[in-house]
Design a protein around this ligand. Structure first.
Ligand SMILES: Nc1nc2c(c(=O)[nH]1)N[C@H]1C(S)=C(S)[C@@H](COP(=O)(O)OP(=O)(O)OC[C@H]3O[C@@H](n4cnc5c(=O)[nH]c(N)nc54)[C@H](O)[C@@H]3O)O[C@H]1N2
Ligand SMILES: Nc1nc2c(c(=O)[nH]1)N[C@H]1C(S)=C(S)[C@@H](COP(=O)(O)OP(=O)(O)OC[C@H]3O[C@@H](n4cnc5c(=O)[nH]c(N)nc54)[C@H](O)[C@@H]3O)O[C@H]1N2
Ligand SMILES: [Mo]
Length: 680
């Protein structure tokens, strides 16, 4: 008789979450008999404080759920139908490599488009062996502009992406402004510090079209019309100058362009801004005077501000506020946008290649249009770290593009996404618990290394390995190319000029901080990283880029047929669309009761939400917390969440922001009617 296997004792293994979130939680993963049974937070990243979000707590269901891709698949049905047969890695990669070689040999390298974005913020799983492969094949380049492009341009232009106020330092603030950000959902580790500040009497201002949970507890809630933040920010700037509350000595010593900024703000009286933004002029003035009076004052600017035609200028004007009011130089004072730039690590160094500027570049926000009409045509699409059908604008165009019979699509993902259903070849990817990673937060100032917690589930493989194999199979591998996670991580860590001891620090502590530490004070520990170390309030390059120059306000074109603004910010159920397979069942459109009543819509009705881009059929939930005139469907839904399989992205135009060519997710204008009837 065979002896029973000796059960492996339960182990707790350290890891770090590299998913697209500011907080970058340090994790403790419980493993029993080689399987992950639970995921919790540790204190290695001090911001994590031992707790994590409810989404990543459900990670075991993601690892072992029915949607997990366990082996390579090759399409046997129609595109989008989701019928595949099992294949070996050799067969699947052989097929992909043969297609790639065929295109390159006929001089059509640019017919290949790699499409990747937010699946992992790790340094190992993007821009390493993938960049090597696609660059050497001469593939088209992707402008990864779907998120943070406008805010990144603004932060770079004004401050050279200076490090922001540490989220834990919000505990020291006496005034906190949450501008287009919803940390109850999108960065929960700010909350304890915010609550601690409020307990000590700090005031809270929230600028958001929705009365979010934090807006309920705010002293001032400006329920701005989507896309009109620029008007409010300029009115506050104008008020500060006019009332003699601008810090002229600080501005003169530390900035250039403040007179020009002042002049551009002059026309924006509180009354005019109030009209444009749909809020009260008195509340704008009350906000301005609180901001002038209280210190330390911190502004947490989020990404809800940038996703519209005025988004870049709006972020710039918001980031100018602490300079104008002289809020720097004290703990808990200043601003926080993205802190991603504090690490100067370079994945491309490990690739050994940099995409050549001469090669065609395709903006991912127009991927649908590009798949349909780019010339030379895109013939091979390689999707990884992304679920473009659900997350990019103009979903209808993306779907039509993916449906092209002459397009060869590869989707490389841990789970069977809606995009993967359109693939010719599906390749199974490991998740971050099954591979090594090196990652940083864009809120928390941490860099973390992690080792595989469990072996790959099924036949899944890590990104760096698969792209390394494709380099060999297509003949572009060169002697000396580093291919293992260790090889790549070593080169990436050596690429940092600001810290030269990262490898040693990470293996000793499991975490590393920038040279300035974990909670810099702006204008004491960190300074603008512009060439002259000054704040550029009207940087020339941004002024040239913005269609109406920087701070020029583009009106919302009146379209009476689509009177409602549809916004689609983050929810607490998914990270973008990641983990969306766990959100089963229908999701309802949120709508103010007045807007519903005007259309004869009652709670629970099925509606058709539509505009010139497409339509979504779904349920309705009446929400007093919505600003009248604004409706909400969360970002990151999967087709299973609506009646017709379309999501908010189906209603998002592929127009671009004023700076950075970013996505205008919240510029969607729609009408809603009861299913089957015409509205009014
Ligand atoms: N749980 C969870 N966490 C996440 C994510 C997720 O999907 N789920 N996504 C991650 C990613 S990729 C990102 S970029 C960040 C984004 O995190 P946030 O910065 O919080 O951005 P959003 O969720 O886009 O929107 C934030 C808020 O802006 C409001 N808003 C919409 N339009 C406007 C406007 O025109 N002006 C103003 N002032 N407010 C507006 C929305 O109502 C929303 O409450 O979160 C990250 N964290
Ligand atoms: N309507 C609407 N849409 C939006 C937004 C919005 O506000 N409104 N905001 C957008 C924002 S902020 C962002 S950042 C984008 C993000 O858009 P995407 O880049 O599409 O991000 P995710 O939806 O998270 O998809 C990431 C995919 O990568 C996979 N993945 C995870 N780890 C790995 C890995 O190691 N290897 C491989 N090969 N795959 C992996 C995940 O399973 C998932 O399917 O979405 C945007 N979409
Ligand atoms: Mo994002």
């Amino acid at each position: 008789m065979e002896a029973a296997p000796i059960p492996e004792p339960a182990r707790i293994v350290a890891s770090a979450c590299p998913l697209d979130c500011p907080d970058a939680c340090s994790l403790e993963v419980r493993v029993e008999e080689g399987r992950v049974v639970s995921v919790g937070g540790s204190r290695v990243n001090p911001l994590t404080e031992g707790f994590i979000c409810s989404k990543v707590r459900r990670y075991p269901e993601h690892l072992y759920g029915p949607e997990r891709v366990l082996y390579p698949r090759i399409r046997i049905g129609r595109k989008g139908e989701g019928s595949f047969r099992r294949a070996t890695w050799d067969e699947a990669l052989g097929l992909v490599a043969a297609k790639m070689r065929e295109l390159v040999e006929t001089g059509a390298g640019q017919a290949i488009l790699p499409l990747s974005y937010g699946g992992s913020n790790g340094y190992l799983s993007q821009d390493t062996t993938d960049a090597r492969l696609f660059t050497r094949l001469g593939a088209s380049r992707l402008a990864r502009n779907v998120c943070a492009a406008p805010s990144g341009r603004a932060a770079a232009g004004l401050y050279g992406k200076m490090a922001g106020v540490a989220l834990q330092d919000y505990a020291h603030s006496r005034l906190i402004v949450l501008w287009g950000v919803n940390p109850s959902v999108t960065g929960i580790h700010l909350l304890p510090h915010l609550q601690s500040a409020q307990r000590q009497g700090a005031k809270l201002v929230v600028v958001d079209p929705r009365r979010t949970r934090l807006a309920e507890r705010a002293d001032i809630h400006l329920a701005v019309r989507p896309g009109a933040d620029l008007a409010i920010a300029l009115a506050v700037i104008g008020w500060l100058f006019e009332q003699g509350r601008a810090d002229i000595p600080f501005l003169s010593a530390n900035s250039v362009g403040w007179e020009e900024l002042r002049d551009r703000a002059v026309p924006w009286t509180p009354e005019r801004a109030a009209r444009v933004a749909g809020v009260s002029a008195r509340e704008i003035e009350r906000f301005a005077s609180l901001y002038a009076d209280l210190a330390p004052a911190a502004i947490r600017c989020g990404w809800g501000v940038e996703r519209n035609r005025n988004g870049g200028s709006a972020v710039a004007a918001i980031l100018a506020l602490p300079a104008v009011a002289g809020k720097f130089g004290v703990r808990g004072g200043g601003y926080t946008m993205s802190n991603s730039a504090v690490w100067d690590l370079d994945s491309f160094a490990a690739a050994g290649e940099r995409p050549a500027a001469a090669t065609r570049e395709i903006n991912m926000n127009r991927a649908g249009e590009a798949l349909l009409s780019a010339r030379p045509a895109i013939e091979l699409l390689f999707v990884y770290n992304s679920n473009p059908l659900m997350t990019l604008p103009e979903q209808g165009k993306v779907r039509r593009g993916l449906s092209r019979e002459d397009l060869f699509t590869v989707v490389f993902d841990p789970v069977m996404t809606d995009t993967a259903r359109y693939a010719d070849v599906v390749l199974p990817a490991t998740t971050f618990l099954e591979r090594a990673e090196l990652s940083r937060g864009y809120g928390a100032f941490v860099l973390q290394g992690s080792q595989p917690v469990i072996p790959p589930v099924g036949e899944s493989r890590p990104n760096h390995e698969v792209f390394g194999q494709l380099c060999r199979l297509t003949g572009v591998r060169r002697p000396g190319d580093g291919e293992t996670a260790g090889d790549l991580a070593a080169v990436i860590m050596e690429s940092s000029r600001s810290r030269t001891d990262l490898g040693a620090v990470l293996s000793r502590d499991g975490v590393a901080f920038p040279a300035f530490g974990n909670n810099p004070v702006q204008f004491i520990d960190v300074f603008p990283r512009t060439p002259d170390r000054k704040i550029h309030l009207v940087p020339e390059e941004l002024d040239r880029e913005a269609p109406l120059r920087l701070y020029g306000f583009r009106e919302d074109p009146a379209r009476p047929e689509f009177p409602l603004a549809l916004i689609s910010p983050a929810s607490d159920q998914t990270i973008s669309s990641s983990l969306g397979e766990l959100r089963r069942g229908p999701v309802a459109l949120e709508m103010h009761p007045e807007d519903a009543a005007a259309r004869g819509i009652s709670e629970g009705a099925t509606v058709r939400v539509y505009n010139e881009c497409g339509e979504v059929r779904c349920g309705v939930r009446l929400e007093e917390s919505m600003r009248p005139g604004v409706v909400f469907l969360p970002k990151g839904l999967w087709s299973q969440n609506t009646a017709n399989g379309a999501t908010a992205s189906a209603l998002v135009p592929d127009t671009l922001t004023d700076l950075g060519e970013g996505a205008c997710f919240n510029d969607s204008r729609v009408e809603v009617e009861i299913e089957g009837k015409r509205a009014r």
